[in-house]
Design a protein around this ligand. Structure first.
Ligand code: C2E
Ligand code: MG
Ligand code: MG
Ligand code: MG
Length: 255
């Protein structure tokens, strides 16, 4: 989206005010087992409860939050709110996931800080997962292996988000301690009516084979139709997420 300099400054100031007024909050979307729809966990998704514009999804502000660096403060506030609200949900599933901006890993103490937050809020780290993007993994791979390994040792496992959209190569994922890979929605879209070009299924099948070889759970994002769910299951995909199973909603709606 094109924004002029004034819009950007307004949005930045708006986000600073929003931090002061505590307007950022987590919504939650279920992550399910495709065979029976059983809820495995919930992904915490950032929302801005804007005083004039209503409830905003990240698409409306994330770019400016990233560019300005404000995302750091927003993410930490969001994590705090998500762990508080997610306590009731975590007990009803295996985990809550948090999306972490690549910026949070520029400092090497991400793991310490996250574990300290969980301890302070008395949130069991074993019920927590962190979603990272390929960009986060590849900026400083060695540092990232360390961060993710220390988190895994403490019980916080990692999911690779939006797989297939980044610099992705199937070749580098084995270097990182990952519990889950989430196939980006763009690869699921071709199956909306069931059948899809051979190339689409070949790609998903390759990711599923990798998952089996590495003992990593594979989850498909953006499942909207029963046909997509069926096609993914027939290829061997076990886990999924999408409007078919539930849209993001406040925690109280899931309790
Ligand atoms: P994501 O991590 O890939 O999250 C999934 C996005 O897909 C969410 O959009 C979700 O609402 C949407 N989605 C889920 N199922 C379906 C479906 O069946 N169809 C369609 N069309 N969409 C579906 P949302 O909530 O707008 O978030 C967008 C992105 O913003 C997220 O993508 C993530 O990259 C980022 N984000 C969300 N929360 C946070 C956060 O707390 N911190 C940071 N740094 N980024 C976040
Ligand atoms: Mg995510
Ligand atoms: Mg995702
Ligand atoms: Mg995605």
């Amino acid at each position: 989206m094109h924004r002029n300099a004034m819009d950007v400054l307004d949005l930045e100031q708006g986000m600073r005010d929003a931090l002061g007024r505590d307007e950022f909050e987590p919504w939650f979307q279920p992550l399910v087992r495709l065979s029976d729809g059983a809820i495995q966990g919930y992904e915490a998704l950032l929302r801005w409860n804007h005083p004039e514009r209503g409830m905003l999804a990240p698409g409306a502000f994330l770019g400016v939050a990233e560019d300005s660096g404000l995302i750091e403060a927003i993410d930490w506030r969001m994590f705090e709110r998500a762990l508080e609200a997610g306590k009731a949900l975590a007990g009803r599933s295996r985990y809550i996931t948090l999306n972490a901006s690549p910026r949070l890993f520029h400092r090497g103490d991400f793991d310490q800080r996250l574990l300290a937050l969980a301890a302070r809020l008395e949130f069991d780290p074993c019920l927590l997962r962190i979603e990272v993007t390929e960009g986060s993994l590849l900026r400083d791979p060695e540092a990232m292996v360390g961060i993710l390994q220390r988190l895994a040792d403490a019980g916080v496992e990692a999911a690779l988000d939006d797989f297939g959209t980044g610099y992705s190569s199937l070749g580098h994922v084995h270097r990182f301690p990952l519990r889950m890979i989430k196939i980006d929605r763009s690869f699921v879209i071709p199956f909306a009516e069931g059948a899809a070009p051979r190339r689409s299924s070949a790609l998903i099948e390759a990711i599923l084979a990798l998952g089996r070889a590495l003992d990593v759970e594979i989850m498909a994002e953006g499942i909207e139709t029963p046909a997509q769910c069926g096609a993914l299951q027939s290829m061997g995909c076990v886990f999924g997420q999408g409007y078919l199973f539930g849209r993001p909603a406040p925690a109280k709606d899931w309790i």
